[in-house]
Design a protein around this ligand. Structure first.
Ligand code: URA
Ligand code: SF4
Length: 208
């Protein structure tokens, strides 16, 4: 049997968020389901006006089945609050729905997904965009930008502006909260957080 090229065969024809959340558990659109605990679809409701797209679930998200519940999620929640976006108003999801990692002893070390994983998982994101139909999509980092816009993005040059995404949808690119988090040890955390908040404010201003 040949391997599936992407997730499309597993996406329900008439999607709702509960249907997607159930169906994604059976997805075999790439090999990442094999080692993960479960697929992580999203959090937030179909009425959300802002959709935030991360990369993939991390260790804690993989165990708990919810996006952004680990350390990066803490930074994101802080930034959303500072930008005046209520977490209840936001839909949180990822470009890739299964956790990619390599084992090191008992630890699981996060590994960035490859382009082929972003491509394979894209049908889920597309279905979510159709169901939620947000006013604005925020791409957290270059992988999310690649997944949403279908092209290479440069965070430094493109962040914090309202771009036109597929179908004319307002799209804002910003940095990933994990990148902000890494600066805690190195310095520059406050500035990086302030930049993330400023970009989220741009997103919050769309449609209001
Ligand atoms: N990083 C992401 O990109 N997504 C998550 O859900 C958690 C961490
Ligand atoms: Fe399917 Fe995406 Fe999981 Fe790959 S990562 S198996 S495409 S849900």
């Amino acid at each position: 049997m040949s391997e599936a090229q992407d997730a499309s065969a597993w996406v329900p024809a008439r999607p709702t968020l509960p249907r997607l959340a159930e169906a994604v558990q059976a997805c075999r659109g790439c090999e990442l389901w094999e080692d993960a605990t479960q697929a992580v679809l999203s959090s937030g409701g179909p009425g959300a006006r802002v959709m935030l797209v991360g990369v993939q679930p991390g260790d804690q998200e993989d165990r708990r089945g919810e996006p952004f519940v680990g350390p990066a999620g803490g930074v994101l929640t802080t930034a959303l609050e500072a930008a005046g976006i209520e977490v209840g108003e936001a839909y949180l999801t990822n470009a890739v729905k299964h956790f990619r990692f390599r084992p090191r002893g008992r630890r699981r070390i996060h590994e960035a997904p490859e382009l082929r994983h972003l491509v394979a998982c894209h049908p889920w994101l597309e279905a979510e965009l159709g169901v939620v139909d947000p006013d604005v999509v925020v791409c957290l980092g270059a992988s999310a930008g690649r997944a949403v816009l279908g092209r290479r993005v440069r965070i430094g040059a493109e962040r914090g502006k309202v771009l036109e995404g597929p179908g004319g949808r307002a799209t804002v690119i910003t940095t990933h909260p994990s990148a902000v988090l890494r600066l805690r040890a190195r310095g520059g955390y406050d500035e990086a957080l302030a930049e993330l908040v400023a970009d989220l404010r741009v997103a919050a201003s769309v449609g209001s």
